[in-house]
Design a protein around this ligand. Structure first.
Ligand code: HEC
Length: 164
């Protein structure tokens, strides 16, 4: 049993055109929690990586109306824009984390939506780099629609709380 698994592994490595030692440094290793508990793993990416980053992008896009009047949320300093750019990059990178083997729930819908998250995150990143508040607002909306579309398909029961 062990032996045939090994044989299969070396065959696959040969097919992939890399030696076992190269394989040992393969970059794609799910790290959060136990990789066999798929949903727990995705949950931690949501909680620890994606949700805080998306919140930071949304908190910088558009305007809010308060008792004191309308307040624009867009950053007013270079450092503020840079922080949005970084968080948008984390959103984009989260799409890739969700695409990793062991996390992607299927080979179709999940992957398309996760790729959509990469694209939306990159749009927001470019908007922040250009300090373009309108483009950031649109990209924020696109990110939000991607969250919704995945949750509506892949979460049974109540949807998680999402700002904005
Ligand atoms: C490719 C699919 C996918 C995308 C895209 C996605 N999510 Fe999720 N999300 C899930 C799944 C699946 C769960 C349920 C995980 C579980 O409970 O095991 C979840 C759960 C959550 C949770 C609840 C975590 C908890 O504490 O239980 C939050 C918050 C969340 N997502 C936020 C977001 C936000 C914000 C976005 C967009 C920026 C987003 N998600 C995009 C699949 C996705």
């Amino acid at each position: 049993m062990q032996r045939s698994k090994l044989a299969l592994a070396s065959l696959l490595l040969a097919l992939a055109g890399c030696s076992p030692s190269e394989q040992a440094t393969a970059p794609l290793q799910p790290v959060a929690d136990n990789p066999f508990k798929l949903s727990g793993d995705v949950k931690h990416i949501m909680q620890w990586v994606l949700d805080p980053a998306a919140d930071a992008v949304w908190d910088s896009a558009g305007s809010i109306i308060t008792a004191a009047g309308t307040r624009e949320l867009a950053p007013t300093t270079d450092a503020g824009w840079l922080a949005v750019e970084h968080n948008a990059a984390v959103v984009a990178a989260s799409g890739n984390l969700l695409l990793m083997p062991g996390r992607a729930v299927d080979n179709q819908g999940w992957q398309n939506i996760a790729q959509g998250l990469v694209d939306a995150g990159l749009l927001a990143q470019a908007a922040a780099k250009n300090q373009d508040s309108d483009a950031l607002f649109d990209a924020g909306g696109q990110i939000y629609r991607v969250c919704k579309s995945c949750h509506s398909v892949y979460i049974q029961g109540d949807e998680p709380e999402q700002s904005p």
